[in-house]
Design a binder for this molecule. Structure first.
Ligand SMILES: [Zn+2]
Length: 266
């Protein structure tokens, strides 16, 4: 008997008795304010005034505004976490200036984004290869921005910079973990400038950790590199194991040959 909720012990009204006209009239819409009688958890009778149609609309609008604010906050949080460089924070495919030599890469990214749900589910990525300044990073960041707008946790990871931060004591252990975790956990990751790092056994080991983990977990990675997949240099720089991941069916590689995208854009 004691474990029964209190309201079960209280006398109950039929629904018809519970709803009543409070006698109040909304000054705005003129509707009668209806009341609902109920018993609270302590068994005390209470009255809940039901909102009139105009108040009801206000409540719905307030709810929608709060949801919009929450969505925007989550979006801002994702953007901060992504750490996309300011220069590319608005990079889109639409804003990409196509110059001769970039068509194939542009089309590859466009195709990739058109089937992004499927690509991201299957952990499929892209490798964009070409000389410094040919627009690879813009294309890579366009993918990240698209993922962010879709609600994914995307992240930018400049390979030489991040590895250096992890290595040369610019970062304590927590920072090191934070930097590595971002590369491991991002729903969509851009590894920018792979192969430009000062290579060592340590950098190769870190890259294997990242690429292996992402491969196993089917997390998509976009890679940009100044080196070509086909020449031996990339293999030397990032090591045989990481290189074999890049050559797997998780990646589609495409070359850009535009001379200097940034100069031409100016
Ligand atoms: Zn009203």
């Amino acid at each position: 008997m004691n474990d029964k909720p209190m309201q079960a012990l209280a006398p109950s009204f039929s629904l018809r008795d519970r709803v009543f006209d409070t006698g109040e009239v909304c000054p705005k819409c003129g509707a009668h304010i209806m009341g609902l009688k109920f018993f609270d958890l302590d068994g005390q009778p209470r009255i809940l005034k039901k909102p009139c149609p105009c108040r009801d609309a206000e409540i719905k609008a307030e709810d929608a505004a709060k949801k919009a604010r929450d969505r925007e906050r989550a979006r801002q949080h994702r953007r901060e976490w992504a750490e996309i460089p300011n220069m590319f924070s608005d990079a889109t495919l639409k804003g990409y200036r196509r110059v001769p030599g970039t068509e194939e890469a542009f089309e590859a990214v466009k195709e990739y984004l058109l089937s992004r749900e499927e690509n991201w589910r299957e952990g499929k990525g892209l490798i964009l290869m070409g000389a410094v300044g040919c627009g690879k990073t813009h294309l890579g960041c366009a993918v990240l921005n698209c993922a962010l707008e879709d609600g994914y946790h995307a992240a930018y990871w400049n390979v030489p910079q991040q590895l250096e931060m992890m290595m040369y004591g610019h970062a304590d252990n927590t920072d090191q973990m934070r930097i590595l975790d971002k590369a491991l956990l991002a729903d969509v990751l851009l590894l920018d400038n792979l192969g430009a790092e000062k290579a060592s056994d340590w950098t190769r080991k870190e890259l294997v950790i990242i690429l292996d983990e992402r491969y196993r977990e089917n997390r998509p990675t976009i890679v940009t590199s100044n080196l070509m997949l086909t020449d031996g240099e990339l293999r030397n720089t990032c090591g045989a194991r990481a290189y074999s991941r890049l050559c797997s069916d998780h990646f589609k590689a495409v070359a850009l040959t535009a001379a200097d995208y940034r100069r031409k854009q100016a």
